[in-house]
Design a protein around this ligand. Structure first.
Ligand code: GDP
Length: 540
């Protein structure tokens, strides 16, 4: 399904154009409430992109409940700006891609992860690895995405650092190396020792939004430490770091870049603590744009010609015009406004006259962009998830998945005469990646699949508002959908002919098996060993 990313060698990396080499494109993965929004806000604060923390906070708060979420959807302008944020930090261009926080909308999150070169995993110090963290981590692992870990909320009662590290090693099968080490925790949290840079950083409880500067020391034996840290805490710190050094592997760039080892930072996003170290680590360790796999060859970010792929579609930024914005991750080249690019799937050129660049402060018009950047291309439905744009070469990006839905319902228009119209609406949502849509072979019923129940409400509302069709959702007799595949086309046809009652087509016409029970699936596996029932399908 997802092709692992290849890593550039240090020589290849230094041969990249400077504009590409200075880019870092990443996403934050976390379980809801771990502190992603707070951390995002602080990253922007350090990047000078916002003056006073608070902007992102307000957005995050509003995004929480269902009804609020819909309101946000109507105010698309805001959520789009937050989908990708670009800011400068110490000579680097940071592209932070936002992943929707709600568990019900994780499919978008998965696809966003196909557009990043690395990730920051935020863990709540008291809760450790939570279900959503694990799920997202697994997606990162499929592509060997390098991960930096940030243990957040150290200012509250937290687990012992060794316990947290053990959990990461065991649950995620990932080596951990400490980049910083906490001094105390909870009310006694003083700060951290920056192991990699030999600095002590003390938390300033007076100013939540202050940027803390570290105090340089020569090492843990520096007598200066006695003035900074109370004796008992200093003794514990030395003891723990000594133990950590004995037990844990040292930082190894190759192991990190290949996704086997994660440097871990301890901090508190709320108190802006440890955020600067995290950003410094990101700039220093995280890879610049990585080669993008395609069906025929890997695209090197340093290539002159522009290549990009669509990983997300956001529709109805302006409900009056049915326009959509395609989020394109540039995989190579130097993009300039007004360029004509080949839309490979359609075989037609498109003129990208008013692309958007997602600067953190505001949505701005892009005049130029480089490999690693995200641009938004407004269009009327021509661009779809997984589409590739090039300067002429026939390339097809791979590894941008569609997921088998976890809940399915039948959708019907209240007015049966509107069935055709409804099909159009459903196709749009399927192309946008907002839902899976299957038309059954027998009866031509529309079955809509989603990852979380909440999406049905959103869809019903959107079909009514955008297409003026009142619809109702009814329970569907299916428990799973699987794309049908097999080596031998004759066998596949035979399989389809024998299972007409379970057969449907997705929005692009690909055959799908709708199972009525898990027993259905087991039976197929047993009786048709050469038929593959796939849980995911590449958007190709
Ligand atoms: P998200 O759901 O991952 O985006 O999490 P938020 O950033 O919205 O944070 C969830 C809650 O935890 C909010 O009430 C935050 O104020 C709080 N929070 C976030 N970071 C910290 C931290 O470092 N310390 C403490 N004490 N609370 C935090």
């Amino acid at each position: 399904m997802t092709a692992p990313l290849t890593t550039l060698s240090p020589e290849e990396e230094s041969a990249l154009p400077p504009e590409v080499r200075r880019r870092r494109t990443f996403a934050i993965i976390s379980h809801p409430d771990a502190g992603k929004t707070t951390l995002t806000e602080k990253l922007l604060l350090y990047g000078g992109a916002i003056q006073l923390a608070g902007d992102v906070r307000a957005r995050g708060e509003r995004r929480r409940a269902t009804s609020d979420w819909m309101k946000i959807e109507q105010e698309r302008g805001i959520s789009v700006t937050a989908s990708a944020m670009a800011f400068d930090y110490e000579g680097h261009m940071i592209n932070l891609l936002d992943t929707p926080g709600h568990e019900d909308f994780s499919e978008d999150t998965y696809r966003t992860l196909t557009a990043v070169d690395s990730a920051v995993m935020v863990i709540d110090a008291a809760k450790g690895i939570e279900p959503q963290t694990l799920k997202l981590f697994e997606v990162c692992r499929l592509r060997d995405v390098p991960i930096i870990t940030f243990v957040n909320k150290m200012d509250r009662e937290a687990r012992d650092p060794f316990e947290i590290i053990d959990e990461i090693q065991e649950t995620l099968a990932l080596d951990v190396t400490p980049a910083s080490w906490p001094i105390g925790m909870g009310r006694e949290f003083l700060g951290a020792y920056d192991i990699l840079n030999k600095r002590v950083i003390l938390m300033d409880r007076a100013g939540r939004h202050e940027r803390q500067e570290g105090i340089q020391v020569s090492g843990l034996d520096d007598p200066k430490l006695a003035d900074l840290i109370p004796p008992d805490k200093l003794a514990t710190l030395k003891e723990q770091i000594e133990m950590a050094e004995g037990l844990l592997p040292p930082f190894d760039m190759t192991a990190y870049r290949e996704g086997h080892l994660t440097p871990i930072y301890f901090g508190s996003a709320l108190w802006s603590f440890g955020v600067k170290e995290l950003l410094d680590g990101l700039v220093r360790f995280a890879p610049p744009p990585r080669p993008q796999p395609t069906a025929t060859r890997a695209v090197n970010p340093g290539e002159d010609k522009v290549t990009g792929f669509v990983f997300k579609i956001q529709a109805n930024m302006d409900p009056k015009h049915r326009d959509r914005v395609a989020f394109v991750r540039l995989a190579s080249g130097h993009f300039r406004r007004g360029m004509k690019l080949l839309h490979v799937r359609a075989g037609k050129p498109i003129a990208v006259s008013s692309p958007m660049l997602f600067l953190a402060q505001d949505r701005a018009t892009a005049d130029e962009a480089w490999a690693g950047d995200i641009i938004g291309i407004p269009n009327h439905g021509t661009l779809r998830i997984g589409d590739t744009l090039t300067e002429g070469e026939q390339l097809q990006a791979v590894g941008i998945p569609s997921f088998a839905p976890e809940v399915m319902q039948v959708v019907r228009a209240d007015d049966p005469l509107k069935a055709k119209h409804l099909q159009k609406a459903l196709t749009q949502f399927a192309e946008e990646g907002a839902a899976s849509v299957f038309k059954t072979e027998i009866g031509g019923t529309f079955v809509v699949g989603v990852v979380g129940m909440l999406q049905f409400d959103v869809l019903r509302e959107r079909i009514r508002q955008e297409y003026d069709i009142p619809v109702r959702f009814e329970p569907a007799p299916y428990t799973a959908a699987r794309w049908i595949d097999g080596e031998d086309p004759k066998h596949v046809e035979e399989f389809k002919a024998r299972h007409k009652g379970n057969l449907a087509a997705d929005h692009a016409g690909a055959p799908v098996f709708l199972a009525r029970s898990s027993w259905d699936l087991t039976k197929v596996e047993r009786d048709w060993p050469d038929i593959r029932l796939q849980k995911t399908r590449d958007h190709t």
